[in-house]
Structure formats: structure tokens, C-alpha cells
Design a protein around this ligand. Sequence first.
Ligand SMILES: [Zn+2]
Ligand SMILES: [Zn+2]
Length: 251
Amino acid sequence: MQEMNQIPLAISSPANIKEYFSRYILEVKKLSSGSEYNYKRGLKKVSQCMKEMGLVEESIYEIGTIEGLDAAWQKLKSDSDFSAMDRNGHRMYSSGFNCYRKFATGDMFHEYSSIDVKTLDAPMKLEKPVKVEYKIWKRSGIMRTQTVVLANYACDIDHGHATFTAASTGHQYMEAHHIIPLKLQERFSSSLDVYANLISLCPICHRKIHLGIKEERRLMIDDIYEKRKDRLVKCGFVFGKEEFEDLVMGG
Ligand SMILES: [Zn+2]
Ligand SMILES: [Zn+2]
């Protein structure tokens, strides 16, 4: 698979997304087939240009995340030839993209009655699975398990956080999390897959530390820093608090 210019990639099933997009325009937004044609035509050109820039393999419909869409669009827009073409074409390409982005984010979905949304229900074509190749840093599943046991099956953020009894252990379910993300491994000469860099989190705290708003993530990260800084130093990871925050928040 070609290098994707570092656009976060989740591969969606392009033919299905394209079909859903058509249905969205026609059946949900109730626009004319002329509008549908124009939006699709705009996107076809957008896809073609993205392909030429190595941002997608075939079409925009294969980009599976909003972040990916935005990143690809920013790159495309920064291309002066494309911008000029868009201006001369009465912004047909931008409007195609904007409409597609709205579809992708579920914009206005809540305004349509469930009856309208049901018009999207139809058997969809099953596409062949794809083989993907990517690099990962080795991490130990055993150490993940041990981390949770070491924490006595509690959440390291707050021992009061309750989950449920896991069938695999008969104990409260918890997840192991790498404090300094493994994707930053290249910056360090020693392994990040060490006990000091692993904590046990309840599923809510785990999602929150990855996906929560900045302010709340920062509070968690500060708390973890205080609890783990000495152990991290022993493993060769020496950081001041702010440096640690930047590293973990950014990563
Ligand atoms: Zn994690
Ligand atoms: Zn928790």
C-alpha cells in the first residue's frame, strides 16, 4: 500500500459510502437529482486530484475518518492549481466536498424523522476484505494483564471506579494503558513497554484519556505524572511536569 502522506487512515467501503451519500442527498435532504449529479461530479474531480497527490488510492470515499477528510482537503486546497480550478468552476469542488463533509459528520441527521432515515436502509454490497501492512512497536499482552493485577483490578485514577466482573479473570474488568504512547517510541532509545509506563484504567477513564477534552485530559495526566514520575525516571524517562504534559497530550 502506498504512503498516505500521514493522513490518519481508516478504510471505509467506498462503494457503499458513495451509495449512502447519494441516498442522503436524494432521500434525506430531498434535493433534486440535478444537485446530486453536481455534488457527485464535484467529488469525482476532488477524488481525481487527491489521487494525483497521493492522498487516496482511488477516491475520497475510501477515507474513513473526519480527521482524514479534513487533512486531505487542507492539502488539496493548498495546491494552487486546484484552488484556481475551483474558483473558475464556481466552487463546484468545494461545494461537493462541503456537502460530503456534512454527510460524513451526520450534520442535520437529527432534524430528519426516523422515517426519512429509514430510506437509507437497503442491502449494501459486500466488498472484498483488504490486506493492510503497517509497522507497530511490540508490546506485551502479558504485561498488560499483569498491570491490571498489580493495580489490584482497580482504576489507577480513582480506586472507586466500578466496572463489571470480567469472564476471563473473575475480577473487575480494567484496561492497561501506556502513559507515554507507544507511537512516540521512535523518540526514545529505551522501551516504552515497561511497567512504570503502564497503568490500569477503567474503560471510561481509558476512553477519556484518549478522547476527552484537553482540560480534563490534562488533569488526569498531571495526576499520573505525580504518581509515576519517580518510577519513570528509573526507566530513563526524565521529564519536568510541563514537558511531560506536552509530550503525552500531543501524542
Ligand atoms: Zn490507552
Ligand atoms: Zn477510572
